[in-house]
Design a protein around this ligand. Structure first.
Ligand code: F6P
Length: 469
């Protein structure tokens, strides 16, 4: 029988009784890993409380045991808003200029990781497989080992890994990123990320082994691999086809009055390239006057991490750019950009993706970007829309049949939007078919299965793979 899997992530979306399962890439991916086996999902409840209970809360739902803890206000500030999202997030997204390090935040990060390790100690059995997710929890393996847990420990980073020079700008990087060496398997999104991490760990004394995917220290070996996260391709395609006649899609279609729709969906974050995208849209209306009044841009951008000043600043910049463009090009019966700060459910988004002639996904850096994959899966294969995708999204490595753009060049993005809108159906159909094939080759269950195979140690010799580059 399969061993029990214990998944750990910062946030744990405990399903409400009877409510729909949480959307979001990490949640869908973790659910795929837990499907069909005994599983525990451990992490933060999302609640902040002055006096959190010492013992974790446990709830069973859909065959999974959810084990959650609350955070104190100081933990939330130092660990989540502070070190995780004001230091690690910008540095791992190549934005050293935005990192604001202080020792108190680092202390809070380590303290919360210790609380996780302590909470896990009461849950872990010796033969559990353990899979830790994302940058909030890098040192957990080291802390669990120190508490005497010798389980197989895996880690998956959902966000990018920059080159060693950038990682070394992180104060105390050896204790944080360097501690990844204590896992048995570290998975990242792309080969580029894998090579960067391999090079970094070698600056920390890890050496190559005969197996190109494995690095070794004196007393430990770690497998490093690219495991690009996927989506539930067929299920998402079905959802989109069903949603084509839903109320929201019908309302949207009617409100377009025959105009083409271009859609962008991103959490409000400076890594998503939203101001650059606004610049590109402005160029587009400037250089393609025949498209004015013929196309509507819908930018759906739920706010996130609102306590962090950089996030307030990006909101200001994007909303004022959208206002400027609407003021310059709009008229009484047409608003060029609809900029919306709320989130929609999976089904609504699937239907909107299918309605859109263009998916415009232009992050400055992104671990994977599952919106890009979902946009492709949502299309009608007989008359699909076109994906315009940043070369700096992890998804670009798997989707070369998108129109790949450099988000830093507004003219190029503007030209790609125009090309997408004017692309003949034959070309759209063949590009879409190639992309759907890529999605099928690596959907989310395959992703989970491959990582789990590496975690249990059942890995075929990797062809051309290597932490050694
Ligand atoms: O993938 C990056 C990530 O931080 C995930 O860990 C998280 O689920 C998502 O982005 C949303 O971020 P947050 O939990 O900070 O709102």
């Amino acid at each position: 029988m399969d061993k029990r899997l214990v998944v750990i992530s910062n946030r744990v979306p405990v399903p409400d009784d009877g409510g729909p399962p949480a959307a979001g890439g990490l949640a869908v991916a973790v659910r795929a890993a837990l499907r069909g086996r005994e599983g525990v999902w451990f992490g933060w409840s999302g609640q902040v409380s002055d006096e959190p209970e010492e013992t974790p809360r446990i709830q069973e739902a859909e065959g999974v045991t959810y084990v959650v803890i609350d955070l104190k206000p100081q933990d939330f500030e130092e660990y989540y808003n502070g070190f995780a999202n004001r230091v690690l997030w910008p540095i791992l997204h190549y934005r050293v200029d935005l990192a604001e390090f202080n020792r108190a935040d680092l202390g809070g990060y380590v303290r919360v990781n210790q609380r996780f390790a302590l909470g896990l100690s009461s849950v872990l059995r010796p033969d559990d497989l353990v899979w830790v997710h994302d940058y909030h929890l890098m040192p957990l393996a080291r802390l669990l080992r120190a508490r005497g847990h010798f389980n197989r420990l895996g880690f998956f980073l959902h966000i990018p890994v920059p080159p060693p020079d950038i990682l070394q700008a992180l104060p105390h990087h050896a204790d944080i990123v360097g501690s990844l060496i204590d896992y048995d398997v570290v998975g990242v999104q792309t080969e580029n990320d894998r090579d960067n991490l391999g090079r970094y760990l070698r600056t920390r004394g890890a050496r190559r082994t005969g197996d190109p995917g494995v690095l070794a220290t004196e007393d430990h070996r770690v497998r490093i691999g690219a495991f690009p996260v996927g989506i539930e391709t067929d299920a998402f395609a079905r959802l989109a086809a069903e949603a084509a006649s839903s109320e929201i899609v019908t309302d949207m279609r009617e409100s377009l009055s025959g105009r083409a729709l271009v859609i962008g969906v991103d959490r409000l974050d400076y890594s998503k390239g939203l101001t650059n995208r606004m610049d590109a849209i402005e160029r587009f209306f400037e250089h393609a006057p025949e498209w004015r009044r013929q196309v509507t841009f819908l930018q759906v951008t739920p706010k996130s991490r609102v306590e962090i000043p950089e996030y307030a600043a990006i909101q200001e910049a994007v909303s004022s750019a959208a206002g400027r463009i609407n003021g310059a090009y709009g008229d009484v019966a047409w608003t060029p950009i609809r900029y919306i700060n709320r989130s929609y459910g999976r089904e609504d988004l699937a239907g909107l993706y299918r309605l859109a002639r263009v998916g415009l996904i232009t992050p400055l850096r992104d671990g994977m970007n599952l919106v890009a994959k979902e946009y492709v899966a949502a299309q009608d294969p007989a008359d699909p829309g076109v994906l315009v995708l940043s070369q700096f999204a992890g998804a670009a490595a798997e989707l070369p049949d998108a129109l790949i753009v450099n988000p830093h060049e507004p003219e190029a993005v503007s030209a790609a939007i125009r090309r997408a809108l004017e692309m003949p159906r034959d070309e759209r159909v063949s590009r879409h078919a190639a992309m759907v094939e890529a999605l099928h080759r690596n959907d989310v269950s395959g992703w989970a299965a491959e990582f789990m195979a590496a975690l249990v140690g059942d890995v075929p010799p990797p062809a051309g793979e290597g932490a050694s580059q």
